[in-house]
Design a protein around this ligand. Sequence first.
Ligand code: ANZ
Ligand code: ZN
Length: 846
Amino acid sequence: ADQYDFAAIQEKWLPRWDELDPFRAGRPGDTRPRKYVLDMFPYPSGDLHMGHAEAFGYGDTVARYWRQQGFDVLHPIGWDSFGLPAENAAIKRGIDPKPWTYDNIAQQKASFRLYAPSFDWSRELHTSDPEYYKWNQWLFLKLYEQGIAYRKDGQVNWCPNDQTVLANEQVIDGHCERCGFEVTKKSLTQWYFRVTDYADRLLDDLNQLEGRWPSKVLAMQRNWIGRSTGADVEFEIEGREERISVFTTRPDTLFGATFMVVAPDSALAAELAAGASPEVQERFETYLHEVQSETEIDRLSAERPKTGVFLGRYAINPVNGERLPIWAADYVLADYGHGAIMAVPAHDQRDLDFARAFDLPVRVVVDTNAPITGAIPVIPLDEHGVPMLPDEAPSENPADTGEALAGDGRMINSGPLDGLSKRNAIRKVIDLLEQRGVGRASKNYRVRDWLISRQRYWGTPFPIIHCAQCGEVPVPEDQLPVRLPDAEGLDLRPKGTSPLGAADDWANVACPNCGGDARRDTDTMDTFVDSSWYFLRFLNANDDDRAFDPAEAEKWAPVDQYVGGVEHAILHLLYSRFLTKVLFDLGYLSFTEPFTSLLNQGMVIMDGSKMSKSKGNLVEFAGELRDHGTDALRVTLAFAGPPEDDIDWADVSPVGSAKFLARAWRISGEVTSPTDVEWKSGDRALRRVTHRFLADAPGLVEAFKFNVVVARLMELVNATRKTIDSGPGAGDAAVREAAEVTAMALNLFAPYTAEDMWERLGYEPTVALVHWRKADPSLLVEESVTAVVQVDGKVRDRLEVSPKIATDELEKLARASAAVQRSVGDREIANVIVRAPKLVNIATKR
Ligand code: ANZ
Ligand code: ZN
């Protein structure tokens, strides 16, 4: 009759929890210390999937844990509800993205309700609500005032067939992902955020996150920001007034430069070609056309054969006056450094490949075989112990080997630099360039400014009005939000200009400045803008007067624990970090990093294949939830392994989890002792297991070893069962204690079962707000037994030892005993018999 029925338990507790509303954070007068636990909010595309179940399960374990530790925990939920998934679905079905989006939100909400994360629902937000995106617009205006938001011409990927802008990811081998047409570049005027101004801080502040964020994510951020240090060097160009600059990380190799390369798609290349012969111009144009269909990945690939065009022009090397031919080649990018390089083929592989393809000279200026003073070379020894000295021959010629000499060594063929190490040569040549006013030390970043304009409908309109008289005019703050017009009557299909451009009634407005005819900016914002600050909006999600309250931010932020997928390791985290620093500079925040600790969950896979959209969600969340219930699903995910590892659904067992939960739950019904029973009277062996668990579980949760916590909990349940069946029985106080601790711990993974157990044990809901108990230290010390030591049949000493002590260990202790030694005196020991852990018998020769 006492059957564990997960569906009945779920149905029973859901309405009771609704009534209790136990997870509302920041109630007036609450003086507990605070924690902010956040999961990356979901896109409302379809129902929740297993990835959500996993991430939100882990995040909820952490939130519930901190509550048990006495914290007021903010654990909010919202939806990242603008963006392409909704728009594409809407286009495909010929419907409005809005109802589609809000229907999906409703569905995900229903699933979340059943899955029971301990959310504070009073702070629910949707980025597609005007109440939210109003503050995107406000934020944009703040950045605009600071000059951090600005407009410039940019090159975008353009499919002439689909008439649409494509993201880099949508360009496959130079062709449109959808129609296969060759992609070209198009110049569009777009909005940017000046992320590059923050590059140094974005990089340096990562040091604060060391050990708190996965090292892989830190490495990805560092690599994405990609700071290079080196020098700008200026070259004169024959027949041109102004010098041109190049960025190099190896100014020490300046004497080894044998040609120059400019990016074909740069203004400089066009200008240089225009000054050359018609024949050169024509070759250049043809080449440029080819290059425009290439992606950056193609261009930087080391595998592709090098291509390029000689521009018929020459530069002058500032240190030795040599004439260097100038080429245009696609391996140099227009928007990195200055879009032009000095080529040093002996020491740079790409330059060498190019030089060998076009028969250009190669000059070695670093002898990479020459030892560097200061570094003590490790010289291997041969079998006779004789040092195996390196060949004295100078470095091989890269022109013959095809291998550039990238290593350190001593400068040669470099005039005043000869004999110097790389480091010293860099310092010296920069001094030299600075003295002559033709160069200086400089830094470069791989990260670019953040392009935030999208020519799409389902996003935040820019709060900018373009006036022929006044130029860009910000929409006055009291006129925000600029509401998105209805989709009805608009063609949402991508065509390179925003669908909003056709909403004339909406777009044509009077200039706020001069009152003349003007037009709204018709682009919408990248949805990464929405998600870059949503963690602040949760602090006062319902406040219509401000984006967020700095006083609340002071209380709750930064986020103590952030949980989400590694697919956001770069952009989302970088943009949030950027915006946090901007808001810090503006005086709204007192911290500079938004997420103190980060947990990336692994992926749920099926027989080794990823659960991607394209393959369909192989392990369907809704189905698993229906079959096994919330608790079994959550326990399965927690038990599957370290959270950052991928979970192969073929290797896990929700059925096994359900059995475990049933075992635990049944115990709560067998307990017969009253709630006020004296713990101390309970079975000591079981109490020791219980208290060991109480002592260890918190550290394990904080180290995200959820699987170990579940394993230990299974041990506890087994030990309890043993005490009931073959020990002192269900009435023993230790059984009640163990069952109560089991319920408290299950609250971390299986909230329904935990709550029901708690009730069966005689308590009011909710177990989620019960404080974790302190382990009794006297139950944690390892139990000891008394070993008797006899000498010639007489007891001479008693030793307190571990019950698990090894025979030889016990013998050693016995021989070391002062009493034993006194008794043995100078007699010889004839025989020792050890019966660990209880007895040592020493016989002496008499
Ligand atoms: C001469 C040289 C000699 C270089 C040498 C390297 C090794 P990172 O580390 O990525 O910053 N470079 C500069 N601007 C470029 C552009 N727009 N497109 C492609 N390559 C560019 O790389 C900096 C190095 O990449 C620079 O240093 C330059 O080549 C090249 F033995 O200058 B180097
Ligand atoms: Zn105007």
